[in-house]
Structures are given as structure tokens and as C-alpha cells.
Design a protein around this ligand. Structure first.
Ligand code: HEM
Length: 164
């Protein structure tokens, strides 16, 4: 099945039709999407600021990480579900939109940045868990990149609705 046929099937499904044809569904989903993405980016920002020594300097990095990550992932799940539901209303139109492609590209880069931090840099966190002095450059760079990349994701996400 070609991608365009697949998109047509989704668009003509009961869910896609309901969300597309007016009513409160799309605005509801978009509002929940915004709440979810503020939680995703907000919780990540707390950790980024800690890595950069700009906030929560007295807290252990592992404590912040452990307490916040479940919120990040839960909210990401919500952003994913609401995003896909909005996408299902007019999939081909979204797929063809340059700004949504840029948004997903930078989301991918933000994900790679998180993976590198999580599986490489964070492995010896016990050495720099407390205080600010021992935080390695790689961890600080991950924090700075994260702020930049998620900022770009929000920037282009906002752009999509005006360019469809
Ligand atoms: C957590 C990461 C995400 C961020 C930071 C993000 C950011 C945004 C922003 C800022 C908007 C505009 C909201 C508004 O103008 O009211 C938006 C809308 C949207 N997002 Fe996301 N998003 C994320 C995840 C996703 C995912 C995983 C999908 C899945 C396909 C998705 C699909 C959409 C769609 C379809 C819209 C509606 C565009 C429109 O027609 O206005 N988003 N997003």
C-alpha cells in the first residue's frame, strides 16, 4: 500500500473524520498537546539548568533525574497520542508541510542528544552528582544543546498551523 493510500485510509476513518469536521475535538486535542509539551520541555529544562549550574544547584542531579523523568515520559506519551490524533485529521497535508518536517527533524536530534547523555555521559554521574565543579563539559553541552533543540521544536511546531 502506498503511503498516500495509507494516509487516505486514516483521513477517511471515523476518528480522522470526527476530528476534521469541526466541533470541539481539534481544539481540545491541541490544548492537551500544549499542556503535554510544556511538561515535556519544562521537566527537561529543569535538568538542563541544573547541568549548566543555573538552577537547583543544591540538589543532586540523580534526584532531579529520578523524580522528573517519569513526568517527562508520561507527558511525551500524551503529546504523542494527541499529536497523532490531530495528524489523523489531515495526514497528507501535515506530511507535506515543511515546518512539521523541520519540527520532527529537530525532535529527532533532541532525542539523540538525550540518548548520548543518558547512555554515555550519565554513566559516571556518581562522580559529579553533587555540587557544580565536577560536571563534565559533555554534560553541560548536552544541557545547552537540549535547550536549543527543544526551543527550535516549539518554534516550528507553532509555525505549522499558519502554513497548512
Ligand atoms: C513533545 C514534543 C512536541 C513538541 C515540543 C511539540 C510542539 C508543538 C507546538 C508548539 C504546536 C503548536 C501548538 C499551537 O499552536 O497551539 C504543536 C502542534 C502540533 N503537533 Fe506537536 N509537539 C510535540 C510532539 C508531537 C508529536 C509526537 C506529534 C505526532 C505526530 C505532533 C503533532 C502535532 C500536530 C499535528 C500539531 C497541530 C498543528 C496545527 O495544525 O496547528 N507533535 N506541537
Amino acid at each position: 500500500m502506498a503511503l498516500s493510500d495509507f494516509f487516505l485510509t486514516i483521513e477517511n476513518s471515523a476518528v480522522g473524520t470526527l476530528i476534521r469536521e469541526g466541533g470541539p475535538y481539534f481544539p481540545f486535542l491541541e490544548s492537551v498537546h500544549v499542556i503535554a509539551l510544556t511538561l515535556v520541555v519544562g521537566t527537561i529544562l529543569f535538568i538542563d539548568l541544573r547541568l549548566l549550574g543555573m538552577a537547583f544547584r543544591d540538589l543532586r542531579i540523580t534526584t532531579l533525574h529520578k523524580d522528573l523523568l517519569p513526568w517527562t515520559w508520561g507527558a511525551f506519551g500524551l503529546a504523542l497520542v494527541t499529536g497523532l490524533l490531530m495528524f489523523s485529521a489531515t495526514p497528507q497535508r501535515y506530511f507535506d508541510n515543511t515546518y512539521i518536517r523541520i519540527k520532527f527533524f529537530f525532535m529527532l536530534l533532541a532525542g539523540v542528544n538525550m540518548l548520548v547523555f543518558q547512555f554515555i555521559t550519565y554513566r559516571n554521574v556518581d562522580k559529579w552528582d553533587q555540587g557544580q565543579d565536577g560536571i563534565p563539559t559533555a554534560a553541560r553541552a548536552a544541557g545547552a544543546f537540549s535547550i536549543l533543540l527543544w526551543g527550535i521544536v516549539i518554534f516550528f511546531g507553532r509555525w505549522v498551523g499558519f502554513t497548512l
